[in-house]
Design a protein around this ligand. Structure first.
Ligand code: V47
Length: 379
């Protein structure tokens, strides 16, 4: 056959030789053949000193899914209350009791004012996550959703983690289905991925023993998917968990996604160590963060998107991750509180021009999306 008619190999011969020399040739073969990776493959990807090759493989999968396209949206966060009954060791956001000088609960007017202030600013999404506030009735949340929808029917409301759904079910004597039905009827459109942390019982017992457990978190997402909702999944990493526990977390998500197909995005969240009870721990290095993103892209073959949430990663690492399996930078994220209270030094918001410039400088093509990944505008 004429050499020019031969299909171009997916990996260059230099990369191929490097992968073979690093003992990763068999994993590369699977990735090229679109075969599913095993737990043992994941263990080797976490263990290899040739971390850049893990990135090369993840980038191959990223470009297979999305080419150069890199997604972002324009969104506003609302954390309506930081009063929280749960005692998560990693949390710097919650103030346990109403009355603590730093505790707050927004009135409807205060919450609405966040949205009214943006009347002249283009946004497509509100992201709502709240503490587990023992003093609020369930009506508070349905009223909040109704009021937000009345004010801005055009906005997609992504809100309420599985942790909140589980808490309301217990506190108000409802099933998970009833809680979701009521919230959706009031205006909820999709669910964020928070509260997943690490599913392994060993870790959960130490860092967040008094909120929904791993099977409960997965069950709530399964129910949401069954009623047609799209949801995301997070993983909080860089604390006391082992890399095997990270892989177990990813594989449990992959199994559920095989059944429901309802997850949109996987979001690894790097633990921040300021102002919380895990402040003796070192934070994950940039290389460890990038490796974790790459392994996630490779293991989660049935997740369409991998998101780098720039407020907690830092803008530079988030930008670099676009070559390590990531295809989404979240959004403009106005008024982020959870990470900034944990010591994140990132800006409170990025403009759309900032995001576009960051993506372009990484050699990628920015695509503005809505929450459900419909293309809003391409620049
Ligand atoms: O579940 C709390 C994490 C999550 C810390 O779905 C911390 O699009 C690091 O769910 N250091 C909430 N992480 C945030 C969240 C989220 C964020 C962005 C996008 C989406 C989405 C969801 O924040 C919690 C917890 O895992 N978190 N404290 C901390 N000190």
């Amino acid at each position: 056959m004429n050499a020019s008619l031969q299909p171009r190999p997916v990996l260059s011969s230099v990369t191929r030789r490097a992968l073979d020399a690093a003992g990763l040739g068999d994993i590369a073969d699977k990735v090229v053949a679109r075969e599913r990776l095993t737990l043992e493959d994941g263990q080797r990807l976490f263990a290899t000193p040739h971390v850049q090759l893990v990135g090369v493989l993840a980038n191959l999968v990223r470009e297979r899914h999305h080419g150069d396209l890199t997604y972002y949206n324009r969104n506003q966060h609302i954390n309506a209350t930081n009063v929280c009954e749960a005692t998560c060791m990693f949390c710097s956001f919650s103030r346990l009791e109403t009355g603590d000088p730093r505790a707050y609960t927004m009135s409807m007017e205060q919450a609405l004012s966040r949205i009214r202030a943006l009347r002249d600013t283009f946004i497509t999404e509100v992201h709502i996550v709240n503490g587990l506030n023992p003093d609020l009735p369930f009506r508070y949340y349905t009223d909040l959703l109704t009021a937000l929808k009345q004010e801005r029917p055009d906005l997609h409301i992504k809100g309420f983690t599985a942790v909140e759904i589980h808490y309301y079910a217990g506190k108000f004597g409802m099933t998970y289905e009833q809680v979701l039905d009521a919230l959706c009827e009031a205006g909820l459109d999709s669910m964020p991925g928070g509260g997943a942390e690490i599913f392994a019982d060993r870790v959960r017992k130490k860092i967040c023993h008094d909120k929904v457990d791993g099977p409960g978190w997965l069950k709530i997402h399964e129910i949401a998917h069954a009623r047609g909702m799209r949801t995301n999944a997070t993983m909080l990493f860089g604390m006391i968990e082992t890399t095997d526990e990270r892989l177990d977390h990813m594989l449990q998500l992959r199994d559920l996604q095989d059944v429901t197909g309802g997850f949109q995005t996987f979001i690894p969240l790097k633990f921040h160590n300021e102002h919380n009870r895990l402040n003796g721990l070192y934070e994950a290095t940039a290389v460890e963060v990038l490796r974790t993103f790459a392994v996630a892209r490779l293991m989660l073959d049935n997740f369409p998107h991998i998101k780098a949430y720039w407020p907690m990663l830092g803008v530079q690492v988030a930008q670099s991750s676009l070559a390590w399996g990531v295809d989404d930078l979240d959004g403009t994220v106005r008024e982020e509180r959870i990470y900034h209270m944990a010591g994140a030094k990132t800006p409170q918001a990025l403009s759309r021009d900032d995001l576009v410039a960051l993506i372009r400088a990484a050699g990628r093509t920015p695509v503005e999306r809505d929450t459900l990944y419909h293309v809003a505008a391409e620049v």
